[in-house]
Design a binder for this molecule. Sequence first.
Ligand code: CA
Length: 195
Amino acid sequence: MRILIVEDEVKMAGLLRRGLLEEGHAVDVATTGGEALVRAGSTEYDAILLDVMLPGGDGFQVCRQLRRQGVWSPVLMLTARDGVEDRVAGLDTGADDYLTKPFSFAELLARLRALARRGAVERPALLEVGDLRLNPATRQVWRGDVEIQLSVKEFALLETFMRRPGQVLSRFDLLEHAWDYAYENRSNVIDVYVR
Ligand code: CA
């Protein structure tokens, strides 16, 4: 794997780099968010190890910016803080997984392997189709700058459509993604909601 380490602490970055090199990976190191954006923009990494604590902008901003630039390499965030809020923020800005420092190197390797299996497919934190934007984390929808109020089911349907732009979805597809098994399948509920 070609891996990018984003970590300002030279000692920590060096340890990670040596360990990954010993496992046979190719490893680059960026010590600032800006450097990370440049490197990830020019090389397609199989995984990015991103530290949350960085000088001049934290890892969350870097992750958000990477996704905005269309970089979809799997991101594993490293956090020294054990706060639930940090982990939630990391995942909601587009990270794929997180590891809290201190961590075991064996676990880091296993998580990197799992992430690399997923590959660099698009998985935006914010869905955009035309002038519609949908944020699954805050459950908000906008057309242009105007926020739209939707019921829970309307939101679920719209999210289902926006995750598959340009595809024809059957009633079964919609049922599968927006309704559970408690749904009474003889009713015309989908037709009603779509209308
Ligand atoms: Ca750091």
